[in-house]
Design a protein around this ligand. Sequence first.
Ligand code: FEO
Length: 162
Amino acid sequence: MISKKMLDALNKQINAEMYSSYLYQSMSAWLSWKNLNGFAKWFAVQAREETKHAMKFYDYIYDQLGRVTLAAIDAPPADFASVKNIAAKQLEHEKKVTGMINNLVKLAREEKDYATEIFLQWFVTEQVEEEKNAEEIILKLEMLGDKGQALYLLDKEMGKRE
Ligand code: FEO
């Protein structure tokens, strides 16, 4: 069993992960609108990953005989200045999520909830990957440029994500 405080925090994280999914799907929608279909696919896959993250918390709560309560998901932004702007926003958002995960680990330690602390280790590692992926997109856009042929080729590469 987990404490009420821990349970509430885990339920909140379900909402945060669903917001991440919504945010990346919104980015994907904007990218499709701009005919950047490779980038759009990459962000749509990322959105699905975020739903899976939410479900990991969901399943863990029931493993601990808790109760899931779902709250409203905030509307994500619909308009973005450019693909570079999307990449920067993604990194900023992932850094925020890393902070949330770290706070959950801190709470688990305070509560002496070792099972939840171990469960959260997967997310600690995942956030390193998430920030790295976001950084890589920024670096590629900086290296190759975000216009014309360079953007066309990068878009093709991004579309290879399954
Ligand atoms: Fe669920 Fe992108 O972190």
